[in-house]
Design a binder for this molecule. Sequence first.
Ligand SMILES: CC(C)(COP(=O)(O)OP(=O)(O)OC[C@H]1O[C@@H](n2cnc3c(N)ncnc32)[C@H](O)[C@@H]1OP(=O)(O)O)[C@@H](O)C(=O)NCCC(=O)NCCS
Length: 250
Amino acid sequence: MTPLVRSSAGRNLSRLAELRCTVGDQRAIRIAPLWAVAKRYVVIVRGLTHVSDPPAGSAAYSCHGLESTSPAELAAFDRRLSIAEIERRTAAGQTCEIWWLDAQIVHFRWFSAVRTSLPYLGLDFKPQDEDLLLFEVFTVADKRVRGVHSNVALQSLKRASDRGFKRMVALCAWWNAPALRVGEKNGFEVVGTVTRWQLGPFAAFTVSGGVEVRKGMMSVPGPRFDRAGSTRAGGEDRASPREASSTGSS
Ligand SMILES: CC(C)(COP(=O)(O)OP(=O)(O)OC[C@H]1O[C@@H](n2cnc3c(N)ncnc32)[C@H](O)[C@@H]1OP(=O)(O)O)[C@@H](O)C(=O)NCCC(=O)NCCS
């Protein structure tokens, strides 16, 4: 039987491979033991009232849903995804944008406007009304650092805005410089962090900024939109995603 979600050991191994691929072996050796104890995610938010036009180069990319790609085809790109997990997400009302370039799948991203399980944190995420959670982005391995994510990001924000969403929320591991960089380029702001502390069987969470965790449920309450379409919660100063990554020590 296909497992519903890849086992937690399998998920951790894939995460380790991703860490090595993103930061290189030397930094990965320093980060991995810290990551095993404290998984710290930077929470970034983008208001959707004003989304500028996508760059001209992005017209070469086209977006399709899961109707044109089988779960098996999609799972083949990402070792963390099983077919059953894709089916579970779809049944739960979560949506996948699959981005093509030159008749090839180069990128996909998962969204949810409903309560969503985040197994890598061991929490559920509860979106506010008119929030869209971007809970996974993935560029196929041999197409990375070629501007794929950057090219589709604005188109994707525009699609969400056209569907009536007012805010996009995403989580990035503090060491994931490419994900934070693309967020920064596309107007996401850091609203806080969530850290899962793990000591043997014991787990606890700490949060900062405008992030809340209560009874296994994470939320980012109460946005206010300024004229430029960015979000402000409580008037606090916001760091850019890249600034937040450089302060991530856990
Ligand atoms: C994160 C991910 C989606 C980025 O996709 P991508 O298509 O490679 O992104 P792009 O090429 O558009 O942009 C990457 C940006 O990060 C920068 N970057 C890449 N590696 C970097 C590093 N180690 N340190 C700092 N910046 C880095 C690039 O220079 C580029 O910025 P620029 O356009 O200003 O030059 C891709 O790395 C991926 O799929 N990773 C595995 C899954 C993952 O980690 N998902 C994110 C979960 S939040």
